[in-house]
Design a protein around this ligand. Sequence first.
Ligand SMILES: O=C(O)CCC(=O)C(=O)O
Ligand SMILES: [Fe+2]
Length: 232
Amino acid sequence: MDDDTLFPRERVEIAPGAVHLPGWLGRERSADLLAACRAWALPPAGLRTVLMPNGGRMSVEQVSLGWHWYPYGYARTVVDGDGAPVKPFPAWLGAWAGQAVADAGPGAEAAAHAPAALPFDIALVNFYGPGARMGMHRDSDERVPAPVVSFSLGDTCLFRFGTPEGRGRPWQDIELRSGDAFVFGGPSRLAYHGVPRTRPGSAPAGLGLSGRLNVTVRVSGFSAAEDGVPQA
Ligand SMILES: O=C(O)CCC(=O)C(=O)O
Ligand SMILES: [Fe+2]
């Protein structure tokens, strides 16, 4: 069901600085983002699965934009894949993320975050096929506490949002549906979160995506002159 336009669900702050913006993308931006994801997925520096230091492989497939994320750091090239230069981060995606942060309200902007004007410059595109999931983790490889903005397309997922203190309870489970934005900043910037499951087949019929895409937009805090800096 596509309830984005007829019955908009309400903006909900599920934790201080963590705001769910249902249907934020709308139809047009959803279609545009999906088309962009299809182009980003192509090699070189295309969709790949990530080998974790413990020998396991992530069940999601990933593409980075701006800086290439690998466990655990950022590089200019796909150091754990085909070695190609990372694809550029498009300015329009940063503009969307900035708008979503503004719509999320003041709680999502880190009060102590300076310099506040650093632009969004990196994104992680995650593709969830049937059975893919993402364990509880923190987005802690960035250098500044600017908010993270996530956009969802396709299948609905269960999104688990905990606290910065640990990967266990308490947490809140919410549904992220196609077109939703989720912003976490301020006191929730380093909260543990994960995707225990998706609901295969739940994508809106009109979108033309089988599976789930999530695009997570962030501020790296790196300068353009840097190259391949593993983060502490
Ligand atoms: O797929 C999602 O909604 C979350 C993705 C995520 O947490 C990440 O890429 O760090
Ligand atoms: Fe994350």
